[in-house]
Write a protein that binds this ligand. Structure first.
Ligand code: AHR
Length: 495
């Protein structure tokens, strides 16, 4: 069967929010400490304690928003422990993640500085599970009140006179699980109460995010939308791609077979159904799509690397992870009218990371390269695409072999992204473009692919999986003909 794609360059469907390319960094394992924060006294080059190499790498992919401090950690975090002189900050036990000592050296001021240096929006997750309404309310006052108030005065004493701009605030995390094991009815009421005191001070306008469903808990979404939909700007959803079983063994990040490859892709593609079905419930209560779906935890979750702390969730990252990310972006684009933000879990050294560090070494994972290649879609208009594409078959089961999305940026440039998940078959594809005077392929097309399904980058060989110019494409006025190799993702600029 021939693969055909028609891009309607004159039909925009929605704006692809740049926040779809967001991140998540938790006090978990070596994400914050070592991965981002090394402290000013560290021999690792840093800006006020934040690693320079990591800063530079994240700026290069235009990280738009960063969620912090958790995750499960958020509902045990008491922000007042993490401000003021370091020597007076409370040392606590990170009970969720490895039982290690958390010295609170990375707190509100350090996080806000990180976001300023990255030029990204902070997204703070407040504590509902073990925190009080007053504590949450005062945190917002501390960060955003301009003028005289108890919290603003305290902020100034701690060295920051001007308030920070804070847009995104989450009212708890996984309130059905580590955030309090609540029933949706109970959390909906708590959400209504806590969010009342998440105030807008001065010109600062907070986008309030309610804790959403786990995977396919559609009842959670129904109850939250019904009882609290009018008081929220966003509702979250968490879904991880796990090839095995969460409790019995998730599968290895590098040592896997073709069955696991196929299952991983199938489970990644499940995100499409989840968004459609949660979205349909949201449509019932919010037909104008005012409330954004915030997928603030997604990505692969494998068994930890052998010999590493099981509570640190450190895993390697291969071409398989890269294609999982690329599949997700094509899905997120498709639902750009509802999906306002997503945050991959997690930025450095944890789960599906962009960056791995070891002492003063840093490497960019295959997933990082997908964020880099796909960043052209940030804030672009999603274009209508019609396609007839082939099937990838494995032991009698079928999946779409190729997924696609296209967008037009504010300069009128059209970008096309394609993913081929098949392990052995390339895909020959004809792309026709309607509504554009002429296709003039720009020499900036890039491909990410690999020889083997578990190829990955190491500190010794950091560029085994890295983008290369994409050359298997010819263009004429009407469109393109291209050959998309097995196990690859490509992004092209068409004009
Ligand atoms: O990302 C790791 C953990 O996964 C988060 O802390 C939690 O919210 C989720 O269960």
């Amino acid at each position: 069967m021939s693969n055909r794609i028609l891009i309607n360059a004159d039909i925009s469907q929605a704006r692809i929010s740049k926040h779809i390319y967001g991140h998540f960094a938790e006090h978990l394992g070596r994400c914050i400490y070592e991965g981002i924060w090394v402290g000013e006294g560290s021999p690792i080059p840093n800006t006020k304690g934040i690693r320079k190499d990591v800063l530079e790498a994240l700026r290069a992919i235009r990280i738009p928003v960063l969620r912090w401090p958790g995750g499960c950690f958020a509902d045990e975090y008491h922000w007042k422990d993490g401000i003021g002189p370091y020597e007076r900050r409370k040392r606590m036990v990170n009970t969720h993640w490895g039982g290690v000592i958390e010295n609170n050296h990375f707190g509100t001021h350090e996080f806000m500085l990180l976001c300023e240096l990255l030029e990204c929006e902070p997204y703070i997750c407040g504590n509902v599970g073990s925190g009080t309404v007053q504590e949450m309310s005062e945190w917002v006052e501390y960060m955003t009140f301009d003028g005289e108030s108890p919290m603003a005065n305290w902020r100034e004493e701690n060295g920051r006179e001007k308030p920070w701009r804070l847009k995104y605030f989450g009212v708890g995390n996984e309130n059905w699980g580590c955030g309090g094991h609540m029933r949706p009815e109970y959390y909906a009421d708590l959400y209504r109460r806590y969010q009342t005191y998440v105030r807008n001070y001065g010109n600062n306008r907070i986008f309030k995010i309610a804790g959403g469903a786990n995977v396919d808990d559609y009842n959670w979404t129904e109850v939250l939308m019904k009882h609290a939909g009018g008081l929220m700007d966003g509702l979250s959803l968490h879904y991880y791609t796990i090839p095995g079983d969460f409790w019995l063994g998730k599968g290895s990040a590098l040592d896997f077979d073709t069955d696991e490859w196929f299952v991983t892709m199938k489970r990644a593609l499940h995100m499409d159904e989840l968004i459609s079905r949660h979205g349909a419930i949201m449509d019932k209560y919010d037909p104008d799509k005012r409330v954004g779906l915030i997928i603030d935890e997604w990505g692969t979750w494998f068994d930890v690397e052998p010999g590493t702390n099981p509570g640190f969730l450190y895993q390697q990252n291969s071409i398989r992870d890269a294609l999982v990310a690329a599949l997700h972006f094509n899905i997120f684009h498709k639902h750009a009218d509802r999906v306002h933000m997503t945050n991959i879990a997690q930025t450095v050294n944890v789960l599906q990371a962009m960056i791995l560090t070891e002492g003063d070494n840093m490497l960019l994972t295959p997933t990082y390269h997908i964020f880099d290649m796909f960043k052209v879609h940030q804030e672009a208009e999603l274009l209508s695409v019609e396609s007839t594409l082939g099937i990838c078959e494995h032991q009698g089961q079928e999946l779409p072999q190729v997924t696609v999305s296209a967008s037009k940026d504010h300069e009128g440039r059209i970008h096309l992204s394609l993913v081929n998940i098949d392990l052995g078959q390339e895909a020959e594809i004809y792309v026709e473009v309607r509504g554009l005077d002429a296709v003039e392929l720009q020499p900036v097309g890039r491909i990410l692919t690999a020889k083997h399904m578990n190829d990955h980058n190491t500190f010794e060989q950091p560029n085994t999986v890295a983008p290369a110019p994409f050359e298997q494409v010819v263009a004429d006025k009407a469109g393109l003909k291209l050959r998309l190799p097995a196990m690859s993702a490509v992004t092209l600029c068409l004009n």
